[in-house]
Write a protein of this length. Structure first.
Length: 403
């Protein structure tokens, strides 16, 4: 009887073992299939986004070509300048946030026509808000016609002043705007030069200097969002202000050739994905208009600083050394930070870009030595200058906005 029971138990055990094995095999097959489907989905997302960006670039180049038919130098916005054209493209405003100069130009056939256009353009540029720019700018209207991928995260741009709170001490009235415009545009201030593109036309221009405290006034626009997100991500406010100053000079319409967008110059395909995933637990791509919303931009920029300091560079023990590396990494990537400390080691190129291989070298140095080595051994001049600028500006902003 006992033999029968043992035999039955052995058979049952074998059957259970086989069933478990089959179950595990089925589960692994299902897991692999799901992984493949997810990988295919992500690949499809990337392809759709790349196609969308290519369509945007074509529209951008076509618009620039149209501008070039009228202007010898078809200026477009950069990370430090905001350039806007009227629908007929014959009048443009160029706000240089670094030099703090507003330049207004128009192509006209008479001084009277030019003066009127210049006055209208200056009045508009010093009073318009970010939401209105996004909705009315001719180039943005063309870009908005391009169909967005369904998975792309978009957002409305909220209404915030760009120059109104810089030029005027109180919300501008019609009379204060008229006074400002008449003060800055007159026969004496208008310059003339022949048009190289339009026959029998003259280019009329006026340059207006912003107030001396313009940079500080612009920074105050974003104080509340910076304070909220700096506290949430356990970062000093002075770091966020200094990064924003160095990236865009507080230009909410900043756009680089990469392209990177907005105040903290977020690149959708790199820092954008990492930050969105950290914040919302999804790997998503975002649009340019999403990043032109200052709250979104600051939220993602501070999230990326948190990722760099508390995740990518966490093996660096000294907080000041890690801060210097974080600042440089925001500009050039953590791989290039590792390379600066690994380049003389007998490692493969991939290993040289690993921060884990560099951490021991970094931890053996004082913060001052880490700073000096970054300035000496980073691959390019841009991150070296960036580290110097941000470090200096942190001290200045700490005095204005102590955390």
């Amino acid at each position: 009887m006992l033999k029968k029971i043992l035999l039955i138990c052995a058979i049952a055990s074998a059957l259970l073992s086989q069933s478990a094995s089959e179950f595990n095999t089925q589960q692994m097959q299902s897991f692999n299939e799901q992984n493949k489907e997810f990988g295919d989905y992500k690949k499809s997302q990337q392809e759709e986004f790349s196609s969308y960006q290519e369509s945007q670039m074509r529209a951008y180049e076509e618009y620039k070509k149209e501008v070039g038919a009228l202007w010898q130098d078809p200026k477009m916005s950069t990370k430090k300048t905001w350039v806007a054209y009227t629908p007929d493209k014959k009048t443009r405003t160029d706000v240089d946030f670094e030099k703090e100069v507003i330049t207004v130009e128009t192509i006209a056939s008479s001084p009277e026509e030019a003066k009127q256009r210049l006055k209208i353009a200056l009045a508009k540029v010093v009073t318009i808000d970010t939401k209105t720019v996004q909705e009315t700018d001719p180039l943005e209207k063309e870009l908005a016609k391009i169909q967005k991928p369904a998975a792309l995260v978009d957002s409305k741009v909220k209404a915030e002043p760009i120059l109104a709170n810089v030029v005027f001490n109180t919300p501008p009235t019609k009379q204060s705007v008229v006074t400002y415009v008449n003060k800055n545009i007159s026969d004496a201030t208008i310059k003339e030069s022949p048009s190289n593109k339009v026959e029998h036309a003259i280019v009329y221009s006026v340059s207006v200097q912003m107030p001396k405290d313009a940079m500080l006034k612009r920074s105050k626009t974003y104080h509340d969002d910076i304070q909220k997100n700096a506290r949430k991500q356990n970062l000093p406010m002075s770091l966020v202000f200094a990064i924003m100053h160095s990236e865009s000079n507080f230009n909410p319409r900043a756009k680089s050739h990469i392209p990177a967008y907005g105040l903290m110059q977020i690149v959708p395909k790199s820092a954008g994905i990492d930050s969105y995933n950290y914040l919302y637990k999804e790997k998503k791509l975002v649009t340019g208009s999403y990043l032109y919303n200052s709250t979104n931009n600051i939220t993602m920029g501070t999230a990326y600083l948190h990722i760099l300091y508390y995740s990518y560079l966490k093996a660096i023990k000294n907080p000041d050394s890690r801060l210097y590396c974080t600042i440089a990494a925001y500009n050039t990537g953590s791989g290039n930070i590792a390379w600066a400390f690994n380049k003389n080691k007998n490692l493969s190129y991939k290993q040289k870009l690993s921060i884990s291989n560099a951490a021991d070298n970094i931890n053996a140095l004082t913060p001052e030595q880490v700073y000096d080595k970054l300035l000496r051994d980073l691959k390019y001049d841009e991150p070296k200058n960036y580290l110097k600028k941000v470090s200096k500006r942190m001290s200045a902003y700490h005095k204005v906005y102590p955390s």
